[in-house]
Design a protein. Structure first.
Length: 65
């Protein structure tokens, strides 16, 4: 039972979004597998909830040079 607690705790720590995911950090071994869950949750948490501008023709015309 004791041998199972450490790997399960490490896996839980990594999957619940606690490790740092800064772009300047050096890559970790198996980084794609380890950071996939926390990074996705951080992106969802920080993503704007509302669209900053309406998707209508007047907005598109303003963006044309």
């Amino acid at each position: 039972m004791g041998l199972l607690i450490l790997p399960v705790s490490a896996f839980g720590y990594l999957r619940l979004g606690n490790p740092p995911v800064a772009a300047a950090d050096p890559p970790l071994p198996f980084e794609k597998k380890i950071v996939r869950g926390p990074l996705g949750r951080r992106i969802d948490r920080e993503r704007p909830k509302e669209v900053p501008m309406a998707a209508e023709e007047a907005t598109f015309v303003k963006g044309v040079p």
